[in-house]
Every structure is written in C-alpha cells, then in structure tokens.
Ligand binder design. Structure first.
Ligand code: BO1
Ligand code: ZN
Length: 260
C-alpha cells in the first residue's frame, strides 16, 4: 500500500475506501487521556542487543524516513505486556509542518513536534510480512519529542544524511555504526514508565495487529533538527511537511499505564 497521502483525495478521510481496515474499531493513533488509564505493574520490559553498534541505512519511503540495520536481528523486545519475543524490523518518524504538531498519539489532547516508531515483529512468525497476518504480530515502541535549544547528538547521524535522501526512494548508509540504545533507551531509569494499548498500523493498510508501548519520558530535538525532516519529498515531489494521522476513536479499549 503506497498510494495514499496526508491530505486531499488520498488523505486519511479516504484511506478506508481502498483499505478496509482503516475504518476498523481498533485504530491508531489515539488521544491518551491520563485520567482514563488503568494503572498496572507488568514484568520488566526488556530490550536485548541494543548495546552493540550496527551498520545502518535510512530510506525516504515517500511517507517517512525509515532506518534499518544491516543486521537481521539487531534487537529483541520482550516482557511488559508482551507474551513472546519480538524482533526489530525498522524505525521511522512522524512530524508536522511546525513545532506545535506532528505526533500521532496525543497525551491529554497535547501534540508533540515529532514521534518515532520502533517496529518489532513476533519472532515465531519469522518475518515482518507474515506477522501482519496475526493480531499479536507487532509491538511498536513510540517516543515523543520536545523542542530543545541544543541539538540532540544521538540524532545527528540521522539528521546529517537527510539532505542526501530528499528525493523519494533514495537510500543512504549512516557514516558510523549506530547504537540503537542511544535512541531506544535515552534514560534507563524511565524505561518502565509507559502507556500500552492495542491498535493498528497508522498508515494503510491500517492492520489491527500492534501492541503499542508509548514511553512517558520525552526526548529532545532542536528546531533545526526537526526542520531538516520537513525538506524530504513526497511521491509527488512536494515537501513532506506533515505525515501524521489524526487520532481515532478509542471505542471500548483500555489504555494501561505501567507503574515501575
Ligand atoms: S506504524 O508504525 O504504525 N506508523 C507503521 C505503519 C505501516 C507500516 C509499518 C509501521 N508498514 C510497513 C509496510 C512495509 C514497508 C514499511 C515501510 O512500512 O507494510 O511494506 O516496507 O514503509
Ligand atoms: Zn509510524
């Protein structure tokens, strides 16, 4: 599914015409209302393998910038709300045309300038594509950002290559091997403080196969780092100034808050 966009005739209000799951009952993103969560204490969430640097590359997909490692099992995620092991597939970003919007999930109706998704598939299903056929197929870590005066050095290796992949389909290796830990666990003391709920892919085909884990800790990016993403181009050759889906109804779902 690549023929969709974020406004106009192929915008989010029309996704359901071609992709039936997009009008499903358990869609993402959502507005997380902190007064309406169920507090729980789950077993520790574990991320294995992220302390080794891996050669990585970024791709302009036309809808986002996606990072993959050359290593096929660079990291595994388990524990917390998860019943099994999940293997890292890719990470990517959602952003807006200014520093006041861009995140997909909202918290108390507040939006953030950017959101990163680290996508993992269930190891038993062997591949990302096979996992999409199962309701427990994916686990996605979601990180929200705030604007900071200083650039965040952990993101400089990614930001620096964005100018080389402005055209859709372009791909570029990072200059140095990447330590996923610097992106995934900026502060280990805060890693167990998260919201979790069941939902979908936030783009077509909108499959309802994802256990979402949204960290409460905020990461920081400077205005200039954020602005670099807005120069990437869409499939039409326009600037990809926004690529976040509006929030979807919670329906009868419960958002859990893990208390460390
Ligand atoms: S998200 O994390 O819910 N925003 C999300 C949404 C869609 C995908 C993954 C995560 N889909 C996959 C496609 C793949 C494609 C990849 C990158 O996105 O199913 O075919 O390679 O565009
Ligand atoms: Zn995403």
């Amino acid at each position: 599914g690549q023929n969709f966009s974020y406004d106009g005739d192929q915008g989010p209000l029309h996704w359901g015409e071609e992709y039936h799951s997009c009008i499903g009952k358990y869609q993402s993103p959502i507005n997380i209302e902190e007064h309406n969560v169920k507090n729980v204490s789950l077993s520790p969430l574990r991320l294995i393998g992220i302390d080794n640097p891996y050669q990585s590359y970024v791709t302009n997909t036309g809808h986002t910038v996606m990072l993959k490692t050359n290593e096929s099992k660079a990291a595994t995620l388990s524990g917390g709300p998860l019943q099994d092991n999940y293997v890292f597939e890719q990470l990517h970003f959602h952003w807006g045309e200014n520093d006041y919007e861009g995140s997909e999930d909202l918290v108390n109706n507040h939006s953030f300038p950017m959101e990163m998704h680290a996508v993992f598939y269930k190891e038993d299903y062997k591949s990302f594509n096979e996992a999409l056929n199962h309701s427990d197929g994916l686990a996605i870590l979601a990180y929200l950002y705030e604007v900071s005066p200083q650039p965040n050095p952990a993101y400089e290796p990614i930001v620096r290559v964005l100018r080389d992949i402005e055209v859709m389909g372009k791909r570029k290796a990072l200059q140095e091997p990447l330590l996923l830990e610097s992106l995934f666990v900026p502060d280990i003391a805060k890693m167990q403080d998260y919201f979790t709920y069941f939902g979908s892919l936030t783009t077509p085909p909108c499959l309802e196969v994802a256990r979402w884990i949204d960290f409460k800790d905020r990461q920081q990016l400077s205005h200039e780092q954020l602005a670099a993403f807005r120069d990437l181009q869409t499939p039409e050759g326009d600037k990809l100034t926004h690529n976040f889906r509006p929030v979807q109804p919670l329906e009868d779902r419960v958002v859990f808050h893990n208390i460390p």
